[in-house]
Design a protein around this ligand. Structure first.
Ligand code: PMT
Length: 408
């Protein structure tokens, strides 16, 4: 496996154990870029890790004092380069301090800045005094990190360096390495797949300056596109107008109307192995588009006609693709979505109750139910990035189940 991770080492008596974790990961073919906090260097010298890995250990955002009179610009932007090239960030041992900084988004050194800058999955192996571990502040910070999808390798219980007995001892090296390897393997769940994602609203013109639109921001669809790419898939993102920047390497197709989205989906669907339709496509459009701006006068009626149901159409044309729809509902949420699952012949439908404040349209968070013909999976409220990862994990499982059914 040719993979690269960053290993953050923070200041604790268990810092020396990170050297053995580094060696074990390297034995499994993982390249390790070590990042040490200032306090970690009080416990272990960077030279230990530099000798093990054969690469420079990153010890700060800027050049060491005295080395240069001005900040080292190359080093100041290095966290961005490292953030983009790693496939996982492991922090072992992780102190209560670094866990609190991660939870609160404090970025005051290389490691905490790297955490904010990277989209790679994060594994944290805490080690601290039992009272610090059990403190409500630490437990609340861990809850926040778990909710964001950070994997916590629970500490072991036993004699601690401080002389106390209890939880807080760094987990066994094997447990930490297993968690990283599972994360890296999970990070490739969609390798070899091409995922076509539709996102955002459509705009149906009334005249040159007005349109019928909806409240979709594209956030849910872009989160799915980004997560699919992270899981190793090639991604085609077909999007209506949004204020968002398409994620890194996706193949982006911008559209405006339902009809343009339909053409784009039909043109690209054969390339896809998985299709996820997050877009809020207009169900109706003006029957006629007026060429000049309509002047204000008394009452006005707009005659509307139905747009084509893209999802229903492609479900009929599909070859072997897994096809997932979304449903935005305001009442009888599950019943209505079940109807769409059947009518549109989908493998699954993800339903969100868009009447709930703080989730659904234009929010950073969502709470959804994934429905298949025989399953109903509730995903608790979380950031859309977390929901996207959970949905794609579900899709990967569906794909594997289908592949093994064909093989048998
Ligand atoms: O973009 P955000 O602000 O992040 O908000 C996310 C979201 C609420 C838009 C998203 O989570 C969501 O629910 N998307 C589906 C919205 C929707 O149009 O639902 P629907 O129940 O009207 O349509 C059901 C499915 O049919 C959808 O997959 C839709 O893409 C598809 N459809 C609908 C109409 C049509 N003419 N063609 C279609 O393909």
């Amino acid at each position: 496996m040719d993979m690269k991770i960053a290993l953050g080492v923070t200041g604790g008596i268990a810092a020396y154990k990170a050297a053995e974790v580094t060696r074990m990961l390297q034995d499994l073919g993982v390249q390790v870029q070590v990042v040490m906090t200032r306090s970690a260097q009080e416990f272990v010298r960077p030279l230990t890790f530099a000798s093990l890995t054969g690469r420079k250990v990153i010890t700060g955002l800027f050049a060491p004092e005295g080395a240069e009179s001005t900040p080292n610009v190359e080093s100041a932007i290095e966290h961005i380069a490292v953030a983009q090239e790693i496939e996982a960030l492991l922090v072992a041992p992780a102190t209560a301090d670094v866990i609190a900084k991660f939870a609160q988004g404090v970025a005051d050194d290389f490691l905490t800045t790297l955490y904010l800058a990277t989209k790679a999955p994060v594994v944290v192996a805490p080690a601290m005094n039992v009272n610090m571990w059990e403190h409500p502040a630490t437990q609340e910070n861990l809850r926040i990190l778990r909710e964001r999808g950070v994997r916590i390798v629970e500490p072991d219980s036993g004699y601690l360096a401080c002389g106390m007995i209890g939880a807080g001892r760094l987990a066994a090296n094997e447990s930490i390495v297993n968690a990283v390897m599972e994360t890296l393997e999970g990070a490739r769940d969609l390798a070899g797949e091409t995922v076509l994602v539709t996102a955002g609203p459509t705009r149906e013109p009334i005249d040159p300056v007005r349109f019928i639109g909806n409240r979709s921001s594209g956030k849910m669809g872009y989160a799915i596109a980004e997560a699919a790419q992270r899981l190793g898939a090639r991604v085609i993102l077909i999007s209506g107008p949004t204020a968002l920047t398409p994620p890194g390497k996706v193949e982006f197709v911008g559209v405006e109307t339902a009809e343009q989205m339909r053409s784009a989906v039909l043109a690209r669907m054969d390339e896809a192995t998985i299709i996820i339709k997050t877009a809020a496509v207009a169900d109706y459009r003006p029957k006629q588009v007026v060429v000049q701006k309509i002047k204000r006068k008394g009452e006005m009626n707009l005659e509307l006609e139905a747009t084509m149901d893209i999802l229903a159409e492609i479900a009929k044309k599909r070859a072997q693709q897994i096809m997932i729809g979304f449903a935005a509902e305001t009442e009888n949420v599950v019943e209505n979505a079940r109807g769409k699952l059947d009518r549109k012949s989908l493998d699954a439908i993800v339903v969100n109750d868009v009447s709930q404040p703080g989730i659904g349209f234009d929010s950073d968070r969502n709470k959804v139910t994934v429905l298949t013909r025989d399953e109903q999976i509730e995903l608790a409220e979380a950031p859309k990035s977390t929901i996207a990862r959970q949905i794609l994990k579900f899709v990967a499982t569906l794909k594997h189940k289908r592949a093994s059914a064909v093989a048998n």
